[in-house]
Design a protein around this ligand. Structure first.
Ligand code: FE2
Ligand code: FE2
Length: 286
């Protein structure tokens, strides 16, 4: 007989995971204070924000199978459906609004339509065979987004963009904590050890920045420089500019700690491993 899944009550949800009194709203961002003069000519910022706004706005397309996978676990399915997905879509709306305010000539809706058409066939990505491993894999995704937005908020020359990306980064860190808690719940049920978790983490790390990034950048570029396709030379240029902006602000230690956490290393191993992994992540950013 399968072990029973422990019931979740308000008493056993850690304080930092209980819903905030009020989640931030787009109206909390002082859109009138956007410093267009500071960001309009910043090509790297434009590419990163436009690409992120499109990816976040498509979260519902590539997560339908995730919600389906946990359909019989009320706690996870309802959190994914009622909190996580709406928050990810809000990230898309917030970033869109910023992009449309700072770069009003960018035809966001038109670009999204073309992007979604090409991106849709890639959305049904394979899930891990064990639920706990899928949760570990989601921890990697949230680590990536938490690091990206933390970095952007530190690198932003515009205080409004810094505020918006800080709010998003806080959400991504909270998402990570939820996925980590769900990972632990299923690790106990499925008894997956470190030998299974480490390859699952690695599989997800290897997927970062793959086909998705290329597709979204291609569409952003096509609208930004009509008639000039995103060839390898322009891709390398954009990549170099983004890297130069992000690298000095990249939260390498935070990223390393979040990536290693599902392995449950002892304090001594953790102390030795974090700086090494932090150095590696610093080299491969963004
Ligand atoms: Fe997000
Ligand atoms: Fe997230």
């Amino acid at each position: 007989m399968e072990p029973a899944i422990p019931a979740v009550t308000a008493a056993n949800i850690p304080a930092e995971l209980r819903p905030a009194k009020r989640h931030w709203a787009l109206d909390d961002i002082p859109w009138d204070a956007v410093r267009r003069d500071l960001v309009a000519g910043h090509e790297a910022l434009f590419y990163m924000l436009a690409a992120a706004s499109l990816m976040e706005s498509a979260t519902d397309l590539y997560t339908a199978n995730l919600i389906e996978y946990f359909a019989d676990d009320d706690e996870i399915a309802s959190w994914l459906r009622d909190f996580w997905l709406p928050e990810e879509l809000q990230h898309g709306r917030g970033l869109r609004r910023y992009v449309e305010t700072a770069w009003p000539d960018f035809p966001w809706a038109e670009v999204r339509e073309a992007f979604v058409e090409e991106f849709r066939p890639f959305c049904d990505e394979a899930l891990e065979e064990e639920r706990g491993l899928e949760m570990a894999s989601r921890c990697v995704v949230e680590t990536g987004t938490a690091s990206f937005y933390t970095c952007l908020s530190r690198a932003s020359p515009d205080p409004v963009l810094a505020l918006l990306t800080r709010r998003i980064a806080e959400d991504e860190i909270r998402h990570y904590k939820h996925f980590y808690r769900f990972f632990r719940k299923y690790r106990e049920i499925e008894c997956s050890g470190r030998a299974a978790v480490a390859p699952a983490l690695w599989r997800r790390v290897r997927m970062t920045g793959g086909e998705d990034r290329l597709i979204v950048l291609k569409h952003v570029h096509a609208a930004y420089r009509p008639g000039a396709p995103l060839d390898s030379r322009s891709y390398r240029r954009v990549h170099r500019q983004c890297r130069a902006l992000m690298r000095p602000h990249f939260p390498a230690r935070m990223t390393a700690r979040m990536l290693l956490k599902p392995l449950g290393l002892g304090p001594r191993t953790q102390r030795l491993t974090v700086p090494v992994l932090a150095a590696v992540t610093r080299c491969v950013v963004p």
